[in-house]
Structures are given as structure tokens and as C-alpha cells.
Design a protein around this ligand. Structure first.
Ligand code: UT7
Length: 328
């Protein structure tokens, strides 16, 4: 049976490092509060350019790692909540910037679960036998929708992009083995952008009332995220007969270190079995999970045969878990 294997990874973090002390300089917050409540020490800001630039750089790195040209790509899926524009899709802009002249593609809106949903989707194209090389990218320029004067949200997010290449594999038991995804739109109020869409088009008033920024009830999201991410991870373990000893890494969405720790604890994992980079990048939304994969692989900490549980929770609400047996 053909599976979809991850055959290359690429991560792009902009150069501009923004430490917690930056927010201390003008907001009523402290480095100690941010570190203890979130685990974040610094994040990256993209000063010039857009989400398609983050995505394109990440994709270039994945292609270079695989040693192939952009014309070999069949399909580009970009998970993002910060598209360059409503239309055309960010995937179209990435296709053009990469020179992926044989690819079609589309954007996928799954917020912090965007990469999990996109990896699930890309896998279907490979296992159906219709596509040979699918780029699955998670990229977000979160600074484009952040209210820098709101201490509840400004300290949480960063900009970044990361990509994986999916290809067919005939090796039994390797690649993307299983996925479980959920959507519950009753959670909309807790995390959303108030205006700019068809429900409330942009007006001078929506701009004045700061309705184009992230609105989050952090405590409400925290409560459901901590349950949802652990539940779906345990479901994936159970369905695939995985014990905590079988798992090389939990690869969690990086929104809050306390959510990550709690998920690991419920799965019976030590923190050495958990990929973490929230301290250096904050929450880059769709980019968090593939950025962890790319970093741990390039550090030599991720090896062929490793069992990985990828897990996320985000706006929608959206949540999901994927079992991957690493094949490179
Ligand atoms: O990735 C998408 C999904 N999103 C998430 O998973 C986010 C989930 N939520 C969280 O990570 C956490 O709820 C936050 C990190 C956003 C907030 O942490 P918390 O422990 O839930 O804090 P809180 O919102 O309950 O606020 C506690 C206190 C409040 O003050 P009072 O009302 O107790 O006086 C806040 O006003 O901390 C205050 N506060 C801050 N203080 C210093 C909120 N933000 C800050 C800040 N610095 N930056």
C-alpha cells in the first residue's frame, strides 16, 4: 500500500529577533510574566514582505534539501490565516515566486491546526496515486493582524514559515499513517478577527475600532485547548497501539508551554520526548509544527523510524492529531 512520506523539510525564520524586553519597554508586562505564563522568550518579526515570502523561502529550503527543481512539484497547499490578500491565493503567489510551473494549489484555512489539516489533505493526493510531489506549507505573518498595544495578544505571536515535501512511499509502516481531525465552529467567539470578511466588510469604523486584529479570550481557549490537544493525541496513540515508550516525539502546536506540558503529561511522555521551540519563535500559527520538524531534523535529533505524534488546537475551534513514522 502506498503511503505519503515526508521526504524533505524547510524552515524560514525572519532575521529580526524581538525579545520579551521589547514589550516591557512600552506595555504593562514583564519578561517574567511572559516566560512563566507562555514559555516564550523571543519571537521573529518579518519587517518587509508577506506570508508568501515566508512560505516561498521555506519551500526553497525543502526543495534544496531534496535536490529537486520547482518544476517537479505537482501541488502546493499553503495553510495560513494571514494570506497576502483575499485573492488570489497565497499558494498562487508561492507558485509564481518558486517557478513551480507544473503545480496547482490552494490555501487552507485551519488557523493553528492549518498544518495538520493541510498534511491530512496532501496525504490524500499522494495515497490516491494522482500526485507525486506535494508541498505542504504552514506560514503566517502574524504581525499583520496583531494589535501591538494589546498585552493579551501582542506577546504571543511571531512570523514564520515552514514546509514539508510529500512523496509516495512503498515502504510499509513509514510516512503519514493516521490522522484524526475536528472542527467546532461554536468556538468562533473565543478566537477570531471581527471585521474584513463578508460578515463585516472593512469600513473606516471597523478600522477605528481595531476590528482587524486578533480577538482572543485566552482563558477560554486555554481551557478547551488543554483538553482537546491531549484527547486527540491519546486517540491517535490508542488507535495505533502506541505506548508512551513507542513515541520518539510529540510535535505539538506551540501556543503555550503549559498546554504542551499538560499534553505530554497526559500521554505519559518525558519532556525530552517533546519538540519545543516556542521559547525562540512564539506562536507562528500554521508554521509551528513543521518548523519543529525541520529544526529537529537539521539538528540530527530526528531519525528514520521515529514515531511522531503531531497535535494541534486552534481557532474555529480546530484540532487534530497525526501519526507519522519518520522516513528520512
Ligand atoms: O494558538 C491558538 C490557540 N491559542 C491558545 O492556545 C492560547 C491559549 N491561552 C493562553 O495561552 C493563555 O490563556 C494566555 C497566555 C493567553 C494568558 O494566560 P492566562 O494564564 O490564561 O492569563 P489570563 O488571561 O487569565 O490573565 C491573568 C492576568 C490578568 O490580570 P487579572 O485580571 O488577573 O488582574 C491579565 O490581565 O494576567 C494579566 N495579563 C498580563 N499581565 C502581564 C494578561 N496578559 C498579560 C501580560 N503581562 N502580557
Amino acid at each position: 500500500m502506498t503511503t505519503a512520506a515526508i521526504t524533505a523539510v524547510g524552515h524560514y525564520a525572519p532575521d529580526h529577533v524581538v525579545p520579551n524586553s521589547y514589550f516591557e519597554s512600552y506595555l504593562d508586562t514583564t519578561d517574567a510574566w511572559i516566560v512563566t505564563r507562555t514559555g516564550i522568550r523571543e519571537r521573529r518579526f518579518l519587517d518587509e514582505g508577506a506570508t508568501s515570502d515566508l512560505a516561498t523561502e521555506a519551500a526553497k529550503r525543502a526543495l534544496a534539501m531534496r535536490g529537486i527543481g520547482p518544476e517537479e512539484i505537482d501541488c502546493i497547499i499553503v495553510a495560513t490565516v494571514t494570506p497576502d490578500m483575499f485573492f488570489p491565493s497565497t499558494a498562487a503567489l508561492v507558485q509564481h515566486k518558486l517557478g513551480a510551473k507544473n503545480a496547482w494549489g490552494f490555501d487552507l484555512s485551519g488557523a493553528c491546526s492549518g498544518f495538520i489539516f493541510a498534511l491530512t489533505t496532501g496525504t490524500q493526493f499522494i495515497t490516491a496515486g494522482t500526485h507525486k510531489k506535494v508541498l505542504v506549507i504552514g506560514a503566517d505573518k502574524m504581525t499583520s493582524i496583531m494589535d501591538m498595544n494589546d498585552r493579551n495578544t501582542a506577546i504571543l505571536f511571531g512570523d514564520g514559515g515552514a514546509a514539508v515535501l510529500l512523496e509516495p512511499s512503498e515502504e510499509e509502516g513509514y510516512g503519514v499513517i493516521d490522522a484524526i481531525n475536528f472542527l467546532d465552529g461554536s468556538g468562533m467567539e473565543a478566537l477570531h478577527m471581527k471585521a474584513g470578511g463578508s460578515a463585516r466588510p472593512t469600513t473606516a469604523e471597523t478600522v477605528e475600532q481595531k476590528m482587524h486584529y486578533i480577538t482572543q479570550d485566552g482563558k477560554a481557549v486555554f481551557k478547551v485547548a488543554v483538553v482537546g490537544m491531549a484527547d486527540v493525541s491519546l486517540d491517535i496513540m490508542k488507535r495505533n497501539n502506541l505506548t508512551s515508550e513507542d513515541i520518539a516525539y510529540l510535535v505539538p502546536h506551540q501556543a503555550n508551554m503549559r498546554i504542551i506540558q499538560s499534553t505530554a503529561q497526559r500521554m505519559g511522555l518525558d519532556m525530552e520526548q517533546v519538540m519545543v521551540n516556542i521559547d525562540r519563535y512564539g506562536n507562528t500559527t500554521a508554521a509551528t509544527i513543521p518548523s519543529c520538524l525541520a529544526e529537529y531534523y537539521s539538528d540530527g535529533r530526528l531519525t528514520r523510524g521515529d514515531n511522531l505524534v503531531l497535535a494541534s488546537f486552534g481557532a474555529g475551534y480546530t484540532w487534530g492529531g497525526i501519526y507519522v513514522r519518520w522516513s528520512i
